[in-house]
Design a protein around this ligand. Structure first.
Ligand code: G6Q
Length: 544
């Protein structure tokens, strides 16, 4: 770091602290009244995404100081280091190159002197050949039947991305194929996913970067047993199981022919991986051409992030606004509110992307931080959320910044549905920003005792992201935008957004407890008194 050890010691941070004291009481009603052009002034458009950030508790000075903060943290240099394949994931000594997954063949990215882009395209071509065979019916099951069902087995980054994207792009999917996603080690997940499927018509895609994840391997083993019970021939595995992994040895040990394996690399983080071979189920559903359109969208946003001036840069602006609320206003969470039913898993996906990346409490030097890092990410699609939790955003005591995401055109035009959906979309950000004063409520002739209950303070910050329509390319742009937003924030907070030791700890501890749960002999337990008693109780009742 160039000046001061901690973020909060830096002049650029101190300047924001001073500024915050001046603007914290500002009200959006006054800000909009003072500047009739505020809506235009605080909005940018790039790659078909219009970002209106005027309904935030900011002035031009706020943005200037936030941009200074980004510069003082060498954001530009950090972006260049990521794109150049530098080993910025310092705790795992790896480059962070999900951007290589969507880099055109004509461009190169070197890792340890090797250009990785050609091998990305080789795998994409193999995926495309597989997807085309399944879609055309050329890939037959063991008994010669056509494949009609695809079940993706994976968890975390090997599940949430392809599942979210499949749901998001269902409109473009081949409806003759059933796609299912199994992640939970709870047998119910696999049982329900397979109960109405014919094994002879089903292909399983086992996705695991490490191929050692207990949930995925357990589900894959049970899926194999389910398949072989019906097909009665071990040779059937070759036609009904493919794998996606970085670990060919473990794939072979599991019994899947590595000829049926799609590779990716340790420089792709799990939560950044659905545009790698981890997305092969999605490619089967929407076809290779649509998948490539999605990659083009990702790449366009990568280029925008890399080259657009920070004041017009979507991920940079979103990231800095998040820092403003999290570190200065003390906001604990951030809501993602897509007004498109196809994006119903987006907040779950972004929850992992953001919280696993920036849920860190030590900085790159290993020092405990004295400031908040990643927020709690949550949300549901509009308008459902309006009839559930929006009440708290409007009238509760907490400050919850929100991203509203909407499209001008529906993929399923039907009567007035879309106009009504979007009327709600615009009404909510307006109501959140401007509220309703006691005088306005009183003027409606409301019983005076009810006035406080019916008053809305307003001044609740929102970003509005408005695009033409949801397409594979647009989804790629939106996801890359959020990936890079997370990067911007991780850079400011000086943390490693690319490791996940918290996930590893749980994996190790569960392994140990499993043997204690199932051992014939009474195990001698050395946990705390609570965990010991819980394990004993479970042992007593597990097979009653
Ligand atoms: C993602 C995380 C984590 C991971 C899962 C599955 O960034 O590392 O969610 O994706 O634990 O891991 P495998 O793909 O190795 O099975």
């Amino acid at each position: 770091m160039s000046d001061g050890n901690q973020l909060t010691d830096r002049p650029s941070w101190k300047a924001l602290e001073g500024h915050f004291e001046k603007v914290r009481q500002l009200n959006m009603r006054d800000l909009f009244a003072a500047d009739p052009r505020r809506g235009e002034r605080f909005s940018v458009e790039a790659l078909g995404i219009y970002l209106d950030f005027s309904k935030n508790r900011i002035t031009e000075e706020t943005i200037r100081l936030l941009l200074d903060l980004a510069k003082s943290f060498n954001l530009r240099e950090r972006i260049d280091a990521m794109f150049a394949g530098k080993k910025i994931n310092i705790t795992e000594n790896r480059p962070v190159l999900h951007v290589a997954l969507r880099t055109p063949e004509s461009q190169g990215i070197l890792v340890d002197g090797e250009n990785v882009v050609p091998k990305v395209h080789q795998v994409l071509d193999r995926m495309a050949a597989f997807a085309t065979k399944v879609r055309s019916g050329e890939w037959k099951g063991h008994t010669g039947k056509r494949i009609r069902h695809v079940v993706n087995i994976g968890i975390g980054g090997s599940d949430l991305g392809p599942m979210m994207a499949y749901e998001a792009l269902k409109h473009y999917a081949d409806r003759a194929l059933t796609l299912r996603f199994v992640s939970n080690i709870d047998g119910t997940d696999l049982a329900e996913a397979t109960r109405d499927l014919d094994p002879a018509e089903t292909v399983f895609i086992v996705c695991s970067k490490t191929f050692t994840t207990i949930e995925t391997l357990t589900n894959a083993q049970s899926a194999r047993a389910w398949c072989l019970k019906a097909l009665q021939d071990k040779q059937a595995v070759a036609k009904h199981f493919v794998a996606v992994s970085t670990n060919a040895d473990e794939v072979a040990r599991f019994g899947i022919d590595t000829a049926n394996m799609f590779e990716f690399w340790d420089w792709v983080g799990g939560r950044y991986s659905y545009d790698s071979a981890i997305g092969v189920s999605l490619m089967v559903a929407i076809g290779p051409d649509r998948f490539r359109e999605m990659l083009e969208g990702f790449h366009a946003m990568d280029q925008h992030f890399r080259t657009a001036p920070f004041e017009k840069n979507l991920p940079v602006l979103l990231g800095l606004l998040g820092v403003w609320y999290g570190n200065f206003f003390g906001a604990e969470s951030h809501a993602i509110l897509p007004y498109d039913q196809y994006l119903w898993r987006l907040s779950a996906y972004l929850q992992q992307l953001d919280m696993e990346s920036n849920g860190k409490r030590v900085d790159l030097e290993g020092q405990s931080v004295d400031y908040q890092t990643g927020p709690i990410i949550w949300g549901q699609p509009g308008t459902n959320g309006q009839h559930a939790f929006y009440q708290l955003i409007h009238q509760g005591t907490r400050l919850i910044p929100c991203d509203f995401i909407g499209f001008c055109q529906s993929l399923n035009p039907m009567g007035q549905h879309h106009d009504q959906l979007m009327a709600n979309f615009f009404a909510q950000t307006e109501a959140l920003a401007f509220g309703k004063t006691a005088a306005e409520v009183e003027a409606e002739g409301v019983n005076p005792t009810l006035i406080p209950h019916r008053t809305f303070e307003g001044n609740h910050p929102t970003n509005t992201l408005l695009a033409m329509k949801l397409s594979p390319e647009m989804l790629g742009k939106i996801i890359a935008m959020y990936e890079h937003k997370v990067f911007v924030q991780g850079t400011i907070w000086n943390i490693n957004s690319f490791d996940q030791w918290g996930v590893e700890l749980g994996k190790v501890m569960a392994k140990r407890i499993t043997s204690e749960l199932v051992s014939e002999a009474e195990p001698s337990l050395h946990h705390d008194s609570s965990t010991n008693a819980l394990i004993q109780r479970y042992r007593r009742f597990r097979s009653v």
